[in-house]
Design a protein around this ligand. Structure first.
Ligand code: TXA
Ligand code: MG
Length: 309
């Protein structure tokens, strides 16, 4: 099965929706990264996703919806804060974790009682969900642990011949995965930073957002794994320390315009990681700076790429 890369015409989106309805796995663009989609109510298709990605079975999936009615069909005891966040940020790069209804297949939530929901801000993704007439589970369309896919050719790199179709929506606007927030009785808790910041969530809810405490690590299994990493070793170095390092074949990246480096942004992070591997760089050396550390979401992905288990 040669994976077909399809332009996101209505006809092609309908064809992909039919493939999803018949239990197939299809990749599609979102504003953050590409997703590897299956119908929420096709447990065997969801199982395929775990196998294709080599994803640990304790790591739950995000459910993608195209309208507000779907939320109440799959989540229960939805707090007022959810509606405040949804009104402000949906469709957009925010995922909210709520209590799951029994109807939700356990394989999607990795046996947890909660479900992560988001409404992507991408015309093609929203149309696909509409035509599929069901919410879609979709983890990032990359092999587990590898950099996410931000263009259709990345999906082909990881899954050629493994899935029938990828809808090609061009480069993702944002380039890193959604912010994940858990809503608990005593307030919101940030499980994964993204382009919607804690400050924006705090402003919206008028509540403090708890962040990344150890106690919450068990809550979002994805947080404990090494992630987003190329085969090349990733280093974070201050500019002044580079001279003392003996790199074999380094690719230098910096979020400031520095000579001898490639400019690093949220949007091109994963393409640069993949570029490093395609071109057999041995090391990706990221120049440490205040501006890089100031971008919480980008810096989080870099820290995860450095961590070798
Ligand atoms: O931007 C995104 O969110 C992309 C696009 C495709 O929508 N999706 C994505 O999915 O990044 P994935 O599977 O690569 O990451 C999902 C994250 C994982 O860290 C997972 O542990 C967490 O969300 N998650 C999912 N369901 C959860 C739940 N019920 N409770 C806590 N964390 C959950
Ligand atoms: Mg992922």
């Amino acid at each position: 099965m040669n994976t077909k890369c399809l332009e996101p015409s209505l006809e092609n989106i309908k064809m992909c929706a039919e493939a999803l309805a018949s239990g197939k796995v299809v990749a599609f663009p979102t504003e953050t990264v590409y997703g590897l989609g299956a119908s929420l109510f096709q447990p065997r298709a969801i199982d395929k996703i775990f196998h294709l990605k080599k994803r640990p079975s304790d790591n739950p999936l995000i459910v993608h919806v195209s309208n507000f009615n779907e939320d109440s069909k799959i989540a229960k005891k939805i707090p007022k804060d959810f509606y405040l966040l949804a009104e402000k940020f949906f469709p957009g790069p925010l995922t909210v974790v709520l209590e799951a209804k029994e109807i939700v297949p356990k394989i999607a939530t990795a046996n947890k009682d909660t479900i992560a929901i988001r409404m992507p801000n991408n015309e093609c993704a929203l149309k696909l969900i509409e035509y599929a007439e069901t919410p879609l589970v979709a983890p990032s369309a990359n092999l587990s642990g590898k950099p996410s896919s931000t263009r259709a050719s990345h999906v082909i790199e990881d899954f050629n011949n493994k899935i029938p179709y990828v809808l090609d929506g061009g480069d993702c606007n944002i380039g890193i995965e959604s912010t994940v927030v858990l809503l608990e009785e005593d307030g919101p808790c940030l499980l994964r930073p993204g382009s919607i910041s804690s400050e924006e969530i705090e402003l919206c809810l008028n509540k403090k957002v708890k962040t990344n405490k150890k106690k919450y690590k068990g809550c979002s299994p994805g947080m404990k794994y090494r992630h987003y990493a190329p085969d090349a070793f990733v280093f974070l170095k201050k500019e002044k320390d580079i001279i003392d390092c003996h790199f074999v074949r380094p690719l230098f990246l910096s979020s400031d315009q520095l000579s001898g480096t490639t400019l690093l942004t949220r949007q091109n992070l994963y393409e640069l990681f993949r570029f490093a591997d395609r071109n057999k760089f041995q090391e990706v050396v990221i120049i440490d700076s205040d501006s890089l550390r100031g971008d919480n979401a980008l810096f989080n992905r870099i820290e995860k790429a450095i961590k070798r288990k």
